[in-house]
Design a protein around this ligand. Structure first.
Ligand code: OGA
Ligand code: NI
Length: 352
């Protein structure tokens, strides 16, 4: 049998169906061991709220004289947190609202319509409810739709929902706009490291940098204290631009030292998670008894078959590479087995 397999180890039960069935106890497959359970009172972290970076990036878009200030804020946030929020990012609020509405309609459509797009472990493209193929894995309380947006050659519209009628068009437009934003952020990050502004873009594939989208749907959960919407992980690509739910602010948490800190996204902001560059921030999503939640994670990934290693310009006898070079396609396979597992897959690739 090849790896990854082309079938899931057991029939997929969408979390949405479980949630809608009115159960008051979650199936044992979703119950995390006590040590991995969230402590739901970590919600009260108003002190750290003050420091969670929110960056106005309009100077980068307009090329104004406040560019240095924005660049400095990005560089500081990357070193200190591994993530930041951006406002005045230039992606139209109207487009964002249409995207949310289209995908809400898709997830609310009849189960048979959604199952027509069911994904498999080989490609992950389509409608799914688990990531890992290990039969023993404990599952997360969430469903998703995963698709390839960019470059054009990877896009297969037939695998995207046909309904609602504007979903494909809106999603394509959103992908283009967010890729443009991502490239601008990658340039800023490159400059902040003392590299040429195009260095990172070139090193990760130039026009072949990939854009993929994971639309997350976290239905209401009767026992949120026993499980997670999405287990701890760090995203594998370059950066992730996350659009969180417009109403339900709590849910996504990032790890800061030993603590899980809530990100309460500002209205209209995107959350930018840095991955390969700077800190690759570990994050997770809580389940919620009162409210369902939608989010859109746009992953900006290196071209799949390019070896990714440390920039020679940044390596010195005092600052040795931490990891051996690896291609993105190889790296991704690590996550296919057990699903999200904190940073253990990164740890296992450390240079000797
Ligand atoms: C992801 C992710 C966070 C969220 O999809 O990789 O981390 O808030 N999502 O849904
Ligand atoms: Ni993530």
């Amino acid at each position: 049998m090849g790896y990854p397999p082309s079938e899931w180890p057991e029939p997929i039960v969408p979390v949405q169906s479980l949630s809608n069935s009115g159960i008051t106890e979650i199936p044992s497959k979703y119950i995390k061991p006590p040590i991995d359970r969230p402590s739901l009172d970590s919600f009260h972290n108003s002190e750290t709220d003050l420091y969670i970076p929110v960056i106005d990036i309009s100077p980068l878009i307009n090329g104004s004289d406040r560019t240095d200030e924005a660049m400095h804020a990005i560089s500081h946030a990357c070193k200190e947190w591994g993530f930041f929020q951006v406002v005045n990012h230039g992606v139209a609020p109207d487009l964002v609202q249409k995207l949310r509405a289209a995908w809400r309609e898709f997830f609310y459509s009849p189960m048979e319509a959604k199952k027509a797009y069911a994904n498999d472990p080989k490609t992950y493209e389509g409608y799914g409810s688990r990531v890992g193929v290990d039969k023993e894995a404990i599952l997360d309380w969430g469903d998703y739709f995963f698709l390839y947006l960019l470059p054009e050659s990877t896009k297969n519209l037939n695998k995207w929902p046909e309904l609602p009628p504007n979903l494909r068009e809106i999603t394509e437009e959103y992908g283009e706009k967010v890729m443009k934003l991502s490239k601008m952020l990658i340039k800023a990050i490159s400059t902040s490291l003392g590299l040429d502004e195009n260095y990172m873009l070139r090193a990760f594939g130039g026009d072949n940098i990939a854009g993929t989208l994971r639309v997350n749907y976290y239905p209401k959960c009767p026992q949120p204290e026993l499980t997670l919407g999405l287990s701890p992980h760090s995203d594998p690509g370059l950066i992730t631009v996350l659009l969180a739910d417009e109403h339900v602010k709590e849910g996504c948490q990032v790890k800061k030292g030993d603590l899980w800190v809530d990100i309460k996204p500002k209205t209209g902001a995107f959350i930018v998670l840095t991955n390969a560059i700077y800190k690759s921030v570990e994050h997770r999503v809580l389940a919620n008894a009162e409210s369902e939640r939608f989010s859109f994670a746009f992953f900006c990934n290196p071209k799949g078959d390019m070896a990714i290693g440390s920039a020679p310009e940044l390596v010195s006898p005092l600052s040795k590479p931490l990891y051996e070079p690896i291609t993105f396609n190889e790296y991704r396979l690590y996550v296919r087995n057990k699903g999200p597992l904190g940073k253990s897959q990164v740890e296992s690739l450390k240079a000797a």
